[in-house]
Design a binder for this molecule. Sequence first.
Ligand SMILES: [Zn+2]
Length: 726
Amino acid sequence: MRSSGYAVRAYAMLPAFAGPGVLALAATLTVSGLLVATGAPSASAAAGGPHVAAVVVGTVERMHLDDFAAPLPEGQDELTFVRTVDDAIQVPAGDLAHVANGTTVRVSLADTAGTRVTASGALTSDLDRTQSRDPQAGADVASVDVVAPAQADVVATGTGTAPTDVAVAAGAAPHDVTVVVAKLPGGTATMVTAADVAATISSGVNSYWSTVTGGAVGFTATAYPSVVTTTNAPCSNGGVGGSSAFWTEVAQKTGWSAGPGKHLVVYFPAFAGCGGIAGLATVGGGAGSGGQVWTNGWNSVGVIGHELGHNIGLGHSQILDCAVSGVRVLETSPTGCSPRPYADTNDIMAVSWNYQGYLNAVHLRTLGLLDATSQAAPTDNGQVVLSPLERGAGLRVLTLTDGNTHYVLEFRQPVGLDSWMSSVSGWGAAGVTVRKEFDPSQAGAGGFSSIESYVLDGDPSTPDSGFGSMYNTLPTGGWIDLADGRLGIRVESMSASGAVVDYRNGPATSDPRYVAPAQPTVSTPLGRIASGSLRVTSTGPVVPITWTWQVVTPGTNPSAAASVSTGRVATTARFALSGWSPVAYRAVAVSTDGTPVTALGVARTHYTSETNSRVVKYSRGWRPARSTGANGRTVQVSAVKGAAVTFRATSRSLGVVLACGPSYGVVAVYVDHRRVAVRNLRTPHSALVVPWATTFGSTTAHTVTIVNLSGGKLGWLAFDGIVSMV
Ligand SMILES: [Zn+2]
């Protein structure tokens, strides 16, 4: 499901799905005490202790942990286990990245560090607290051999796999949930009863899942009549390594047994050891799966409904952040995109504690719930009218295919389960969205999971800075390229009854309806000297400058007005002591289809010393003074009221370099004999500054005069030169 840094192990780089020959090779590398089990999933182990090889046979299982206090990054919220008859061994997620849940594997462990031998001789995980919530921690895997792939008619049960219950899978029978309230070691008692939690599941949770699956998935809960006191805790210091043993203990004490469509939901009051984790769930293999859940003090549809979503094989709803040259775009290659956890806030598999929107179309596809009447998957160029997703009937999904990559479009309206969207902006949005299903073999796509969904940012001009400010719907009116232009879509119009969407399966040239999206235009960035403090160096002062430019973005709808924005960046440039130095800045704007448009601004800079007598003239009471902090280590100073310095410079932008500090006074600036500015140079601390700078329309010659308006002990004026830019 995911790759990781741990996936590359130099000493044991054997591929997943290795054949028997590879397994034999691995076996020859192991040391003493190796036993290999055969037949049914089971485990065999070397005598305990680290640095001993072993072979374990079991089913691949994953757990999703939901830390609402601090949502975990992509790939950090799912732990991978090989479950044996007795227990479960955590393995680095990357080592089994592409092995599906429910697959029976024979895993050769190069090292059993992090495990211990159970009383029955099997291995179980024995990780420290930090490692027990680290997806990349676990026993070192030398090779993985698939004994039996997950079969179509077999589902994960939370403790292994079993043949699918046909009635549950067909939606003819509801999932059967046993609810247990647990009293944990060191944990508090609770007023919340199993009947309370069962009521939440049988009503709200059942209603949600029945609605979004068209009746294919429903839940009926039964409360276990008494509180179960456990000796195992599910968490320790925020690590969830004890959860398998915890669930096993609860199952044994209540008589719960695993099976298709059978769920164990354990509620306990907020337990300090679980930190901000709201809940944990095993990840099933499909809509008929069973599984195990615990909830850390949450008796709510949002949390329990979300965890049961994991049990039936779903991951999280993520947003895809893509950028070209640092500018957000709708889509680019997988390496230019990263997922943001929980951030597709439209449905229950995202941030689910506030709102539980209708399940998105990618999750519906994962559950196998879209048929030919609800989903169009065309290969030509054409048009569809998508009914609102919430309607639960009619053509609601458009799926376009590029190799093994899919783009899935849906249309939402603020009705039904999404009614809240009409009053809550930025959490979910009415409109058309597109989600991407990655081809895991593509470069950079290995980190994306097939059970999670990734909404593209249909409005990349918004930063989507946090939950509640997510704007991902597509604009109306313009063509948007997908898959490097091999596919295209255009939202023609939207109404309460449907969205009219044009689609293209092929390059733009294949579709006479195509109108190239107007690209933004970027004006040449203009550099100018800014006022502010400067830094003295041996090759010239480093002075603040700003670059400004304009971006004109045409409306996505041809009839819409263009928008104009001003780009601005504050930076610095070195002003050369002799001659002119070049300085440049490239401004970038990116169109919605990912095309970058750039413009290069260039300028040249120069510093003129106060000692340059050809340019600079002084009147009334000036003298040179040494200053180690000045350019050239000298300045001209005067404490005479009315003392003036005049220079003539040819430039487009210029500034004066003066000292400020406790002894400095007020100066007036004249350009071509007209007073243009007054500056107070009295500051608590002494420094060299550019207190005044100006920019002309073109490179022209001007006469500038600085006059000391103060004079006296607290009225000094110190002049250190001129900075010019052309
Ligand atoms: Zn989750």
